[in-house]
Write a protein that binds this ligand. Structure first.
Ligand code: NAP
Length: 296
């Protein structure tokens, strides 16, 4: 794996922060177990044989182990039908030892993620993707929030990035990333501009961003010249490619080396938002456990 060039801006080290979050969560789980309670449990549902999904799932279950969360794997072949999958979710909804249910997306094309989310118990929705969870986020009510957006907010907080009154630009409007990030930034009193594939003069809008969050899913799409000097740049994108010698290269949605020369803070890829996403999944699972068992 080739890491990106060293920057002159301050690198927001998501890997280190995620490790520290995991330490705190591990202590929390140890205390829970010491009081005689069971461990928090996360059920992970994986359908099909997509290599990237399998890798993400492995990473998530290993992270569970590190903090003492019990993980339950439910693996299905690619040709699984909707009824089987929905029955699995309904059983997990009823399980006393499962606090969080994660359905790894994307699902094979014949299956509907929407139908899965419609039956998933919002109290166990550790990805924050059900309509109920999204509504609660939109209304500013307590609920489980999507992991990547919360991870971004924790990174900003850790690096003491002032959000209030700042102009935050979010590129991307997916339910998973763009929309919830925009909402969370707005709730922290940023003035938010949401951009998407039909946005005009995107470079000029970005040049006005104090905080720029990029979740476009387009490799090295944002150029260094688009970054306002002193801005904070959060790169959510993840792209796996091969280098000239066949080595594995991971890069983001931002031209990192150029952007880092201008930005005040910037997340690297890998090692920025990605590890925080997994850490927030663990955090959500423990929160779900606490709420379900009446601790919180
Ligand atoms: P997505 O569902 O494909 O959404 C991409 C968004 O970007 C869409 O809203 C799209 O606009 C917008 N977009 C596409 N091309 C654009 C352009 N030329 N100019 C402006 N906006 C453009 O992707 P996603 O699920 O949000 O994920 C985004 C990226 O984050 C991907 O690289 C994904 O792998 C990565 N990701 C990383 C993590 C992590 O933990 N680091 C977690 C989740 C996702 P329209 O709505 O108009 O189509």
């Amino acid at each position: 794996m080739v890491l990106q060039e060293q920057s002159v801006g301050q690198v927001m080290d998501g890997k280190a922060l995620a490790a520290s979050v995991r330490e705190t969560l591990k202590e929390k789980v140890t205390k829970i177990v010491e009081t005689g309670k069971r461990r928090p449990g996360l059920a992970v549902v994986l359908v099909g044989d997509d290599k990237a999904s399998a890798l993400y799932v492995k990473n998530k279950t290993q992270s569970c182990k590190k903090v003492g969360i019990e993980s339950f794997m439910h693996t299905f072949p690619a040709d699984t039908d909707m009824e089987t999958l929905l029955n699995c979710i309904k059983t997990l909804n009823q399980s006393d030892v499962v606090d969080g249910i994660l359905v790894q997306l994307p699902l094979p094309s014949h299956l509907s993620a929407e139908e899965v989310l419609a039956v998933l118990d919002p109290n166990k929705d550790v990805d924050g993707l059900t309509t109920e969870s999204m509504g609660r986020l939109f209304a500013g009510k307590t609920g489980l929030r999507p992991c990547t957006p919360v991870g971004v907010m924790v990174l900003l907080e850790e690096h003491k990035v002032d959000v209030e009154g700042k102009h935050a630009v979010v590129i991307g409007r997916s339910n998973l990333v763009g929309k919830p990030i925009a909402m969370l930034l707005q709730q922290k009193n940023a003035t938010v501009t949401m951009c998407h594939s039909r946005t005009k003069d995107l470079d000029k809008i970005c040049q006005n961003a104090d905080i720029l969050v990029v979740a476009a899913g387009k490799r090295e799409f944002v150029k260094g010249s688009w970054i306002k000097p002193g801005a904070t740049v959060i790169d959510v994108g993840i792209h796996h490619t091969q280098g000239p010698d066949g080595e594995s290269v991971i890069s983001g949605d931002v031209q990192y080396a150029d952007a880092a020369k201008v930005a005040r803070h910037i997340t690297p890829v890998p090692g920025g938002v990605g590890p925080m996403t997994v850490a927030m999944l663990l955090s959500n699972t423990i929160t779900a456990f606490e709420r379900r068992t009446g601790i919180k």
